[in-house]
Design a protein. Structure first.
Ligand SMILES: *Cc1c(COP(=O)(O)O)cnc(C)c1O
Length: 322
């Protein structure tokens, strides 16, 4: 549906886009039951992370997150001269208690990717409610929910009601890049109180979201079948990988996202390099201190079978050992 809508809109690319993203926001407000002024559309949710930093951080301010999370958080923080405090993960999960302990009077923003990238783990609803009841109201808590459509866990926190009931310091980030398959278009959005959205609007470029992106994103929201098929593919793909890893004697981290962390028993860097030689690209995790892990994204069944075939060859031949 997105492709069809964009093809039809091509003939109007000589016109500037709508700087206010009226139609997309209108469609989103129907979808989520919020008013239009509770949305900020960004050039990917990456841009919203950067706008958050620019709107709220001064030199010497502090941002807290996890040490095994999305690499954009330290980037946008440090670009504003603020200090990034990465709290160690605990059992591959965000340690919300340890994050609370780090809060001081310079703390401005807390970033929480839920589910988390690159671990695929999540923090539960009960943990989040307890956490939010203890965070001072003048600290912005940003829940980055890029992978929320892939979640199946029953105790995952759905936080929209906090935004609906006017909690001023919470922002939820979503993206069209993952479950809706439009990463190249660059569209994401934030949902928050009208006041917080207004502050972010002051630091954004007037035409930050291009015409094609607005049209494609709006049409994608109507494509229920695409989303349903994608979720089914990912859900089945996860189970397929779990089964194969178990058969191969490899341990893995249970995931609520469209990727899985797996322990390969040797240098994950070497294994990933050997896999590239066989035409399969995965992510090594040594940058996070997880030396024996790789992260594999769930693709089509054919791609997963090819990955498993290559991984077996690499591990059997000891290509990652030297
Ligand atoms: C992919 C991703 C995003 C956002 O991607 P955009 O393409 O910029 O919308 C945000 N957060 C996390 C954790 C991601 O993995």
């Amino acid at each position: 549906k997105a492709l069809r809508a964009m093809r039809a809109a091509l003939r109007r690319v000589h016109l500037y886009p709508d700087g206010g993203c009226y139609e997309l926001k209108h469609r989103l407000s129907e979808e989520y039951g919020l008013s239009r002024d509770q949305f900020l559309i960004g050039n990917g949710s990456d841009e919203i992370l950067s706008l958050l930093a620019r709107a709220f951080l001064n030199e010497g301010d502090k941002v807290i997150s996890s040490d095994c999370s999305f690499l954009i958080y330290p980037l946008v923080t440090q670009a504003c001269g603020a200090t990034y405090v990465p709290v160690p993960i605990k059992d591959f999960r965000y340690d919300l208690k340890a994050i609370l302990d780090q809060i001081d009077d310079r703390t401005r923003i807390i970033f929480i990717a839920n589910p988390n990238n690159p671990t695929g783990t999540y923090v539960r609803a009960d943990e989040v409610e307890d956490f939010l009841s203890k965070v001072p109201k003048d600290i912005i808590v940003c829940f980055d929910e890029a992978y929320i459509d892939f979640v199946e866990a029953k105790d995952f926190p759905y936080l929209l009601f906090h935004v609906k009931t006017g909690k001023p310091n919470i922002i939820l980030l979503r993206t069209f890049s993952k479950s809706l398959g439009l990463a190249g278009l660059r569209v994401g959005f934030g949902m928050a109180s009208k006041e917080l959205i207004q502050y972010l609007g002051k630091v954004r470029q007037p035409f930050n979201v291009n015409r094609m992106a607005q049209v494609g994103a709006k049409a994608a929201l109507d494509d229920r079948l695409f989303l349903w098929r994608t979720k089914r593919l990912v859900s089945r793909g996860r189970l397929y990988l779990y089964r194969k890893f178990t058969q191969m004697g490899l341990s893995f981290v249970s995931s609520e996202a469209n990727f899985v962390l797996v322990h390969v028993g040797r240098s994950g860097r070497k294994v990933s390099e050997a896999l590239v030689q066989r035409g399969v690209i995965v992510r090594a995790m040594d940058g996070y201190g997880l030396n024996a892990y790789i992260r594999v994204t769930i693709g089509t069944r054919f791609e997963l079978m090819r990955f498993i075939h290559a991984l077996k060859k690499v591990l059997r031949k000891g290509e990652g050992l030297s």
